[in-house]
Design a protein around this ligand. Structure first.
Ligand code: NDP
Length: 298
C-alpha cells in the first residue's frame, strides 16, 4: 500500500493564513507592524536566494522587512556593530543573520550578540538552552518547528510515540530532539538520536513510529530501514545530476522516496515537504517575537 503524502506546501499555506490574520489584527487593533531584519554577508548564491525569499515573503505578509547586504570582506567588528544597532531598533523585532558567514567572522560570536528576544532563527545559546530545558515559550529553530507542525496537523502527534531522529546538527537534529522531548504541544515523545557513528543504523530506524531524517546524503535511508506503517519526515534537500532536466539536476531527499512510500503510512516528498515550512515558521517566529517584545495580548 502506498503512503499518504504529507504536503508541506499545503500545511505551510494554512499556517501562513493564520499568521497573516495575526499580522492584520495587530495592524488594525494595535496599529502595530512586526519588523524583520535579515543580514547577508558575502556573495554565496544559495544564501542570496534564501534571504531574498525570506524578505519577499515578509513583505507579502505585511511584515516590515529590512535587508542588509554586506561584502564578503566585512570585518567582524562591523557586523557586531550592525547587530547592536538592530538590537536597539524599536522597528525591528526579528534579526536573522544568514549562515554560513565568511571565514574572518566568528559565527558563535555573532549569534551570541543577537538579542535572544529577537533571535527568530532560535540559534542563540540562551534560546538553545531554554529549548533544551523544556521551556515552551521560546523561539525554536524554524525547520524542526515546522516538522512538529506537519506532524500535528496530519494527526501524527508525537506524544507517546518512539521518534527516531537521524542527524545531530545544531540547525535540525538537536533542536528536533529537544522539541519532541519537551512536555507540551508537539512533544512528549520517546526520542532516539542517531548520527554518523551510530552502529547498525537500520536496526535503530526500524524501531521508529516516526522517523525524521536530516543527514544531507541523497536517498540514504532505504525502504528496508523503515518500520511498516511508520511516518517518515525527510528534511534532506540534495541536488543530484539529471540530464533530463532543464537545469541539469533535480532535488531529492535523504530518503529513497519510491521505496519508502511503499512501507511508510505517511511520508513527506522532496521538494514540497519540509522545505516550504521553514520560511513560514520564520514569519510565525517574527510575529511571536514582536508580540512578546511589544507586550501585546492577542
Ligand atoms: P549537517 O551536515 O550539519 O548534519 C548532518 C548530520 O547527519 C550529522 O549529525 C551527521 O553525523 C549525520 N550523518 C551524516 N552521515 C550519516 C550517516 N551515514 N549515518 C547517520 N548519520 C549521518 O546537516 P544539516 O542538519 O544542516 O542538514 C541536513 C539535511 O537537511 C541537508 O540535506 C540540508 O540541505 C537539509 N536541510 C533542509 C532544510 C529545509 O528547510 N528543508 C533546512 C536545513 C537543512 P555526525 O554529527 O556524526 O557528523
Amino acid at each position: 500500500m502506498s503512503a499518504t503524502i504529507i504536503s508541506g506546501t499545503e500545511i505551510a499555506q494554512a499556517i501562513r493564513h493564520e499568521t497573516q490574520a495575526r499580522i492584520d489584527a495587530l495592524k488594525t487593533q494595535h496599529n502595530f507592524v512586526p519588523g524583520l531584519a535579515t543580514v547577508l554577508v558575502g556573495d554565496d548564491p544559495a544564501s542570496h536566494a534564501y534571504v531574498g525569499m525570506k524578505n519577499k515573503t515578509a513583505k507579502e505578509m505585511g511584515i516590515y522587512s529590512r535587508q542588509i547586504t554586506l561584502g564578503a570582506d566585512t570585518p567582524e567588528e562591523e557586523l557586531l556593530g550592525i547587530v547592536a544597532g538592530l538590537n536597539a531598533d524599536p522597528q525591528i523585532h526579528g534579526i536573522l543573520v544568514q549562515l554560513p558567514l565568511p571565514k574572518q567572522i566568528d559565527e558563535g560570536k555573532i549569534l551570541l550578540a543577537i538579542d535572544p528576544a529577537k533571535d527568530v532563527d532560535g540559534f542563540h545559546p540562551i534560546n538553545v538552552g531554554k529549548l533544551a530545558t523544556g521551556e515552551t515559550e521560546v523561539l525554536a529553530p524554524c525547520t524542526p518547528a515546522g516538522v512538529i507542525e506537519m506532524l500535528l496537523r496530519t494527526g501524527n502527534d508525537p506524544a507517546g510515540k518512539h521518534c527516531v531522529v537521524v542527524g545531530r546538527s545544531n540547525i535540525v537534529g538537536r533542536p528536533m530532539a529537544s522539541l519532541l522531548l519537551r512536555k507540551g504541544r508537539g512533544g512528549n515523545a520517546t526520542v532516539t538520536v542517531c548520527h554518523s557513528r551510530t552502529r547498525d543504523l537500520g536496526a535503530v530506524t526500524r524501531l521508529a513510529d516516526i522517523l525524521i531524517v536530516a543527514i544531507g546524503i541523497p536517498e540514504f535511508i532505504r525502504g528496508d530501514m523503515i518500520r511498516p506503517g511508520a511516518v517518515v519526515i525527510d528534511v534532506g534537500v540534495n541536488r543530484v545530476d539529471d540530464p533530463t532536466r532543464e537545469k541539469g539536476y533535480r532535488l531529492v531527499g535523504d530518503v529513497a522516496f519510491e521505496e519508502a512510500k511503499e512501507v511508510a503510512s505517511a511520508i513527506t516528498p522532496v521538494p514540497g515537504g519540509v522545505g516550504p515550512m521553514t520560511i513560514t515558521m520564520l514569519m510565525s517566529n517574527t510575529v511571536d517575537a514582536a508580540v512578546r517584545l511589544a507586550g501585546i495580548r492577542e
